[in-house]
Design a protein around this ligand. Sequence first.
Ligand code: CP3
Length: 347
Amino acid sequence: MPVNPDVADSAFLRAARREPVPHTPVWFMRQAGRSLPEYRRVRAGVPMLQACRTPDLITEITLQPVRRYGVDAAILFSDIVVPLQAVGVDLDIKPGVGPVIARPVRSSADLEQLRPLDEGDVGFVVDAIEALTSELGATPLIGFAGAPFTLASYLVEGGPSRNHEQTKALMYGAPDLWDELMRRLATMQATWLRVQVEAGASAVQLFDSWVGVLPAEDYQRYVMPHSAEVLAALGGTGVPRIHFGVGTGELLALMGEAGADVVGVDFRVPLDEAARRVGPDRALQGNLDPAALFAPWEVVARRTRAVLKAGAAAPGHIFNLGHGVIPETDPDMLARVVDLVHEEGLA
Ligand code: CP3
């Protein structure tokens, strides 16, 4: 729970609750990443997952984009595979590739790798969040987790995948095994998020990055109940729950119904159209195309204004990119976007 009472009154949490805001709040998915020279400096020689287990590094890297950009929220520096490693799954994050799993999950015997997560497995994150909430003052901290489908995809494929064919083969061909895998992941992610909130995170985001590869009917049958279980487990904490995926235009209404307070929208669906699909009971987050930040500033400014205008159709709008910051992005472009949103994003 927030230690600082001003956190509850921040523009970010007000927008998430669909209350009036002094300005449109803005933060960026993957804001704490490789586009910052100060990030590359502190990460030099430290493997990604080791950095994710080191409270001082977690704290410093989480604060870097807040200092540089003046964004309205911090997001915990971590990764979606951290709780998997914490229960003993043998995995690594390979630079330029992503998470790679030593023994992919394809049979019920492989499920043994996924024992329940205990708070004691992730004490490093509790230490980091406690340090962060005092450093951050009135700026809210977002905790996050991978959604069961996106984690299952890495576990079943053994790494990143273009077609998700092994995942779909298991989901369609062995639905009982699939459900058991998803149940274990849902329980684990609920614990992982609860630990973050109890330590001081004042919102959570559930990343279902790759779920856009499914049609709505399959989403409803094979995925939605498990994501709903994770989101429902956070219900009693009172923190806003953001639910995001890529290529999810056809799934937006269902992702809202799964239990989100805020639906994250990628750059393919304009926010006024997304608001029609999601309905009036949820705020929206998004959705400037991260690749558009490589165009000249006039173009970026025009597109930022277009996102603000379309976002005004939603009952609450948190400005963000439509997916994570691309590593080669010029940090000055992001700084200018923050300033423009703060100057012109008046609800
Ligand atoms: O938003 C933030 O700044 C917080 C940190 C954060 C990271 N990963 C740090 C990271 C967050 C929120 C994530 C989530 C994550 N991780 C997702 C969901 C978000 C999305 O982009 O869809 C996914 C799918 C992953 C899995 C993963 N981890 C990928 C695809 C990669 C990139 C691999 C590469 O090098 O191209 C990672 C590694 C990773 N996670 C890095 C960072 C800063 C880069 C590692 C490095 O700097 O060495």
